[in-house]
Design a protein around this ligand. Sequence first.
Ligand SMILES: Nc1ncnc2c1ncn2[C@@H]1O[C@H](COP(=O)(O)OP(=O)(O)OP(=O)(O)O)[C@@H](O)[C@H]1O
Ligand SMILES: [Mg+2]
Length: 251
Amino acid sequence: MEREKISLQLLIHDLKVPLAVIEAGVTSLLGKLDRYGPLTEKQEKVLQRTLRNTRVIQALVNDSLELERSKEGVVNITQLKVSDLIEEALVEIFDLVDHETSEKIRVCTDLKQMKGTLDENGVTLMIDEGLWCQELLLDEAKIKQILRNLLNNALKYRKSRVELRIEKGQNSLLFSVKDDGEGIPSTHHKKIFESYFQMEPTGAYSVRGHGLGLAGVMVLVEGMGGELRLQSDQGKGAEFMVKLPLKTTKP
Ligand SMILES: Nc1ncnc2c1ncn2[C@@H]1O[C@H](COP(=O)(O)OP(=O)(O)OP(=O)(O)O)[C@@H](O)[C@H]1O
Ligand SMILES: [Mg+2]
């Protein structure tokens, strides 16, 4: 990596410690009332908003570091349970938009409960019990970042529903994120993976992004030797499909 980029990455990296201190401090104020004293309803709301937004910055810092690692070809494979990976990714996503739902997802104890909770929030989770309980060798941070970006888009651009499907092929893991929104005309299927490209907004989105999410997803998927496909047409929703090769032994 060239010098300038390293110093920028180091600067981003060094944001992690002060952010962790802020997060721990606010979490303590909210959780240890016996130690720090009671809070008024208004104070609690302000602190909760502070905490949520601190976590947004933390996720962004991690994403930025992970993306650069991917460009440099660094992989970090660990053995992890599919259910943990999906649950954590969903908690992170909903934490940014709807804290109450993220709490409900976090306390789910089995797949049936998880499917029910998500269904109430317009998300259909399709995965079989066997795969849900399986442990696989995966690059956790990169897969979470991919899912976060695709699901954030789907939740942002949907009319009402999103479908998340996870399947295992012979030597691969497949994720599909589908929504029922306005879709993407075929003339834009290449362009939307370019940095900063955004289509003309049709809905009233509360937060306008930067047109970077999908470009990042492409870098991550390709960095893992996977494939990213889009199936969509104007007015017909969008489906993003990710196929990742599965490792059977640790590198
Ligand atoms: N599921 C989708 N349905 C319809 N359009 C989409 C969908 N996902 C992405 N797009 C279009 O592709 C563009 C690029 O998406 P991308 O995720 O890269 O950026 P963004 O969501 O606008 O911002 P960011 O992800 O940086 O916050 C979006 O602005 C939108 O026009
Ligand atoms: Mg996006």
